[in-house]
Write a protein that binds this ligand. Sequence first.
Ligand code: UGA
Length: 442
Amino acid sequence: MHISVIGCGYLGAVHAAGLAAFGHDVVGIDVDADKVARLAAGQAPFFEPGLADLLAAATGSLRFTTDLEAAAGCTVHFVCVGTPQLPGENAADVSHVEAAVEMLVPYLRPGDVVVGKSTVPVGTAEALLAELRGACPGVTLVWNPEFLREGHAVQDTLHPDRLVVGLAEDGDADHARAVLREVYARPIAGGVPVIETDLATAQLVKAAANSFLATKISFINAMAEVCEASGGDVVQLAAAIGHDARIGQQFLRAGLGFGGGCLPKDIRAFMARAGELGADQALAFLREVDAINLRRRVRMVDLARAECHGSIVGRRIAILGAAFKPDSDDVRDSPALSVAAQMSLQGAEVVVTDPQAIDNARRRWPDLKYAFTAEEAATGADLVLLLTEWREYVDLDPHELGALVQRRRVLDGRNALDPARWRAAGWTYRALGRPLTEARSS
Ligand code: UGA
């Protein structure tokens, strides 16, 4: 099939390469000429494990351009542009989605299918479909939300755990269903379940999934707060409740909480949309989910201050991690950078390091100091904070790092280090939601 993918960010670039891997002829279109040039040269414009290999494997069936006219001749058009939070509001900005569909119109022909992948407030797809029906009869729209995780985007794209296809309730549904089944013929043949819904449900599935994940993280972080107040150990608690198959172990890692370009803004946009629909009470709990999450960042700074005997002014603080999660260079709403910035504003001499995200972090927070290695960041440090659990930080040798620091004090913001190992190397180890003493937390 000839397929266009509009928007080549963290979602679209991987999706375009994945579609090429499924055997289609794909053109990725983006307004960012620099990004397009890098993709066209087979380079991933952001850090995503496996993406460069996927791009290399697709040579010949995958191209990238800034020219929307390249969509002409394609029969399926994926819309993968961003829907960021509106400044000063909870709601999402859907203007890029609206603009993408509007700009596609001159190149659409009867029988074409426009496929929405961006995360949008429920009702957006219906409005776009109405517009498309007026502007280009015979063209239909389906909603096919994306569930890929940054850092695992290639695996999630090639081997999704489900495909959700939201169809408009009219005569075009059969055609759209057949087209989507052909697009995803390869994963479907591999046994991936397809869930067909109406348009509203498909849009809601995405908002609901991310809200559930955010709630799960904030739940365990709320338990961490109670553990801190009572002397309990949230890591042991999470492991114990996670053995119940109905609860499960995943997404119960307590710590600094969730960030990134999706979970925080998606729960806020969901609340905003529910409010517009008169269902705000139903999602009032998400306000608390958001509040618990943001409190963890403040708590981390408080813990650092307590470790420094009441003041971080002038203290050299090494921060390991700037990306919002490991295996990504994405710093959007990064909890690690938020803590780093707060501490810097409060007078600490903060040095941030990250294996991949320093450039992005520097663009966002140019006034912070950056180091290229954990060792460089830790040299002379009064306190070390692990805020993004990159494998190489988890594997650090506490003896070797201990030789570089001013004081052997580490705060584990992700409950990722082995307390016994660090304490055995002479470090004071503290973590969110865990007791202070060795005997009980190791
Ligand atoms: C999230 C969803 O997991 C994807 O399914 C979805 O497709 C994507 O948003 C999206 O909407 O596009 P992502 O933002 O890449 O994916 O990252 P996650 O793996 O969900 O992690 C989000 C945040 O939660 C990270 O900051 C992570 O450190 C934090 N987290 C995760 C925890 O604090 N504890 C956990 O146990 C798990």
